[in-house]
Design a protein around this ligand. Structure first.
Ligand code: F6R
Length: 606
């Protein structure tokens, strides 16, 4: 979703802002713009479309200066257009402002401002902010921004510059992320850390309600109560190399092949031969807890569906999984006997954050599985597992999903220990097997590369297909279908294998591809019967199975075999051909793989 960048320093702001916006591209956008201060003049260049288009405009209408702000817009209020692009300006063009989030009361504010004589040129909620600032600014920006804050309902991260203070960027944060980066005689602002990793690894993350003032040599931060807050600077363990393609054609492919490293990093942080090292979970655990509830959106939600089977089997607890945007509206669902597991790669998904807050207000203990330490979700939760996947740039999530599953394995073993549901001997053998997972992932990637390519050659010619599986395999089917949909734009539906015959089989005819997943030995014969139903109607079956799981392969048109693996951990292997299948199909269809249409990486609006 929208991205914000800011620069105050000695180098050319224009180039820094443009490069920063390129680094924010992965969040999804449809327009972009920058405002640069040259002495006391604000130059705004903005347009609908790509950053290449903005770059061309910048060559014609140069915006030079040493301080500025930039923005990538993902349209919510008003179509993508030049006028709706940020930065927005007030009537006198004294201020320029960029914003991420949604101002819920913008219509009332706009009506009042119009009556007071302000004229608007865009349909955005953002433009209201800059006119309101013009209305209330009485000579002192911090006071004016506090007053602005009091009048707003909604979520926002905003940055504003004033032509009478050409050495300062002001920023406000409320429920939309904003980080400050610290450099040598320069300081930066951005929606997320990857945007600034080329310049610094030193960050301060703004809290809700914070107001920040940045200049070349200084940063000041004020809490919502108006008190000056000392910057809590930390060194990120992400580096610039991690946000480069490193020779791969796409970030998605790079991230798929990075998965053995991700699993190794995560396991070495939390797993020792004789214990799962999760002291924060031990601390919040209470024997009174009698259920686990997992909540998330999209791919993270599908990891939760897989996680349910893992936790139920290992920790013998009832586990429910609820989509975050639905959980928010449930009443009396969570209580102080629930452990709420919140899963989010970005740590900023608005619906997931709202579900977390609901859980906390209901007295539940909250464990977050997130890839972004310092994110809102990480800060609100009682305990955190850092997924350690490194920055994920492709919009379609791959390595974060694998890290989520691996974190569920760790949580399952830990809860089994806390609840004494399994003998130590058994837990020990689970831990030993888990330590071998990274090697298995490497072996699996080698083994399925070719067969996934071949299967993609077939899929590309069909615009509709199905994914089936039972139990854990159904949750993997859901993730496989989502990956294909989001990057190849083909229609793919996942079904519990036994459910196909209750209606959807009507759509299976000659040649229709059906992906069947087999990782659970006890369920093979049942899913094979569903495969036969597909074959009887002319469907083409592409089967994915771990070695030794299926003996009778007669009905399969294509077979993707994974290395043998303990059934409980098979999810992380099975997802690999599903990801590769989606990638190669999208590649053959010439799709924009890393930035698929209509999607955003960090969904900070509800
Ligand atoms: C799909 C995908 C999305 C996200 C979802 C939640 O590949 O990436 O479905 O999983 O938007 O995002 P996070 O995990 O950041 O909360």
């Amino acid at each position: 979703m929208c991205g914000i960048i800011g620069y105050a320093g000695k180098a050319g702001a224009e180039e820094f802002l443009l490069q920063g916006l390129k680094r924010l591209e992965y969040r999804g956008y449809d327009s972009a713009g920058i405002a640069v201060l040259d002495e006391n003049e604000i130059q705004v260049v903005k347009c609908q479309g790509t950053l290449e288009k903005l770059e061309k405009r910048l060559r014609q209408e140069r915006a030079r200066g040493y301080l500025g702000i930039g923005h990538t817009r993902w349209a919510t209020h008003g179509v993508p257009s030049d006028t709706n692009s940020h930065p927005h300006q007030d009537c006198q063009e004294r201020f320029a402002l960029v914003h991420n989030g949604i101002i819920e009361n913008y219509q009332t504010l706009k009506a009042d401002l119009k009556s007071a004589g302000h004229s608007f040129c865009s349909e955005t909620d953002t433009e209201v902010l800059v006119h309101l600032l013009e209305e209330i600014h009485q000579g002192e920006m911090v006071t004016a921004l506090r007053e602005l804050q009091n009048r707003l309902v909604g979520s926002y991260a905003l940055a504003v510059v004033d032509n009478r203070e050409p050495d300062k960027i002001y920023a406000l944060r409320q429920e939309s992320p904003l980080v400050i980066g610290l450099g040598e005689e320069e300081n930066y602002l951005a929606s997320d850390m990857p945007a600034l990793l080329n310049a610094t690894s030193k960050f301060h993350i703004l809290e809700d309600g914070d107001l920040a003032v940045l200049s070349e040599n200084d940063i000041s931060i004020f809490s919502s109560e108006g008190k000056e807050v000392k910057a809590d600077i930390f060194q990120a363990d992400w580096d610039d190399e991690m946000v480069q393609k490193q020779g791969y054609d796409h970030f998605m492919l790079k991230e798929i092949y990075e998965q053995p490293t991700v699993a190794r990093r995560l396991l070495s942080a939390y797993l020792e031969p004789d214990r799962v090292n999760l002291p924060e979970l031990t601390e919040i655990w209470d024997d009174e807890i009698d259920r686990v509830l997992i909540t998330a959106c999209g791919t993270a939600y599908y990891s939760g569906l897989a996680g349910r089977h893992i936790l139920e089997e290992l920790a013998n607890l009832p586990v429910e999984v609820e989509i975050a945007s639905e959980l928010r509206y449930k009443k009396n669902f969570l209580d102080d006997k629930s452990l709420l597991l919140v899963v989010s790669q970005s740590g900023e998904t608005a619906d997931t954050l709202a579900a977390l807050k609901l859980g906390k207000n209901s007295g539940s203990r909250v464990l977050a599985l997130t890839n972004t330490i310092g994110s809102s979700i990480a800060r609100e939760a009682d305990a955190v597992i850092d997924l350690k996947a490194g920055p994920e740039i492709a919009v379609a999530s791959t390595k974060a999903y694998l890290a989520m599953l691996t974190a569920f394995y760790l949580t399952g073993i830990k809860l089994a220990g806390l609840r004494a549901t399994l003998p130590e001997r058994e837990l020990h053998s689970y831990r030993q097997e888990l330590l071998k997972l990274p090697e298995k992932i490497t072996a699996a990637l080698d083994r399925v590369e070719e067969s996934s390519r071949k299967a993609a050659d077939y899929l590309k010619d069909y615009n509709s297909m199905f994914y089936i599986g039972r139990n854990l395999d159904y949750s993997l089917a859901l993730e496989g279908a989502l990956k294909l949909k989001e990057i190849s734009f083909l229609h793919a539906e996942a079904y519990p294998a036994g459910e196909l015959k209750h209606g959807t089989l009507a759509l299976v005819e000659e040649g229709v591809p059906v992906m069947a997943i087999f990782t659970r030995r006890g369920l093979v014969s049942k899913t094979l019967s569903n495969v036969k139903e597909v074959k009887a109607r002319g469907g083409k079956v592409i089967a994915i199975a771990t070695a030794g799981t299926v003996e009778d392969k007669a009905e399969f048109d294509k077979f993707i075999e994974l290395p043998a693996c303990n059934e409980l951990w098979a999810g992380v292997l099975t997802v690999l051909p599903l990801q590769l299948l989606a990638y190669h199909t999208a590649h053959r269809l010439g799709c924009s793989i890393d930035k698929p249409r209509n999607l955003a990486k960090s969904v900070t609006v509800e």
